[in-house]
Design a protein. Structure first.
Length: 234
């Protein structure tokens, strides 16, 4: 009788947990799908098709965040997609996106500082580095340095934390030190949930090692490039 009761109790407990298990799995799957779609747009779509593709993907991430408002990973990807889409908008729209992306990243960090292996700090660091300074926006290389260092503490061997910090150092003229981080990025393990994006980033790190001032830096400076255009700084 006691055994039967224990079995029933176990089944009941499992039944109660199932909605949470399904929820966790569905959110994880949805986030992985968004990551895959973003990577394909970023690395494979022709330039003239990226804007509409990002707009469609942003709708998906926004809906996911409304469904799971406390899911840090979903908020992180909403910020990434919004940032990518900003490069294909007019300067006024891109300016509004700058602050929205920063707020989303800070929101994700407040929920879980280690979300996506510290990638929220990586994107935030890139945001501080790439956006114009006051009075146009809030660009600040000192803040960028802090964000990158925090990301590296969370994920010292991470592919994105090392790669983007390497780019930051290269921009600052520290080529020798930058090469060390590109080397780490090129040898970093590929994350099973982000195989495609990490493989592409690994190749970029290898190219950066061969030519620090070439293709890699030029393409990566897409982030909020419309804000930095001469026409917008008049």
């Amino acid at each position: 009788m006691k055994i039967l009761y224990a079995v029933k109790a176990s089944i009941l407990a499992l039944a109660l947990l199932m909605p949470f298990m399904v929820k966790a799995e569905s959110v994880s799957d949805a986030i992985n799908t968004i990551e895959s779609e973003w990577a394909k747009i970023y690395y494979q779509k022709p330039e003239n098709e990226k804007g509409p593709a990002y707009a469609g993907l942003l709708e998906k991430t926004t809906k996911l965040c409304k469904q799971y408002p406390k899911e840090a990973g979903a908020i992180f990807w909403q910020a990434v997609v919004k940032a990518s889409y900003a490069d294909h908008q007019d300067p006024v729209s891109a300016l509004g996106a700058v602050h929205e992306v920063r707020d989303l990243l800070n929101q994700a960090i407040s929920i879980d500082p280690r979300t996506m292996g510290g990638s929220a700090y990586v994107v935030l660091g890139t945001l501080y580095h790439m956006t114009p300074t006051w009075p146009i926006a809030f660009g600040d290389d000192d803040e960028a340095e802090k964000m990158f260092q925090t990301a590296l503490k969370i994920s010292p061997n991470g592919i994105d934390s090392n790669f983007y910090y390497g780019q930051f150092l290269l921009d600052k003229g520290n080529k020798t030190e930058a090469m060390q981080y590109f080397e780490r990025a090129s040898n970093a393990p590929v994350r099973p949930e982000q195989v495609f994006a990490d493989t592409q980033l690994e190749e970029e790190a290898k190219r950066a090692l061969k030519n620090a001032s070439g293709e890699t830096m030029n393409r990566k400076k897409e982030m909020f490039s419309s804000l930095a255009s001469p026409a917008n700084q008049k």
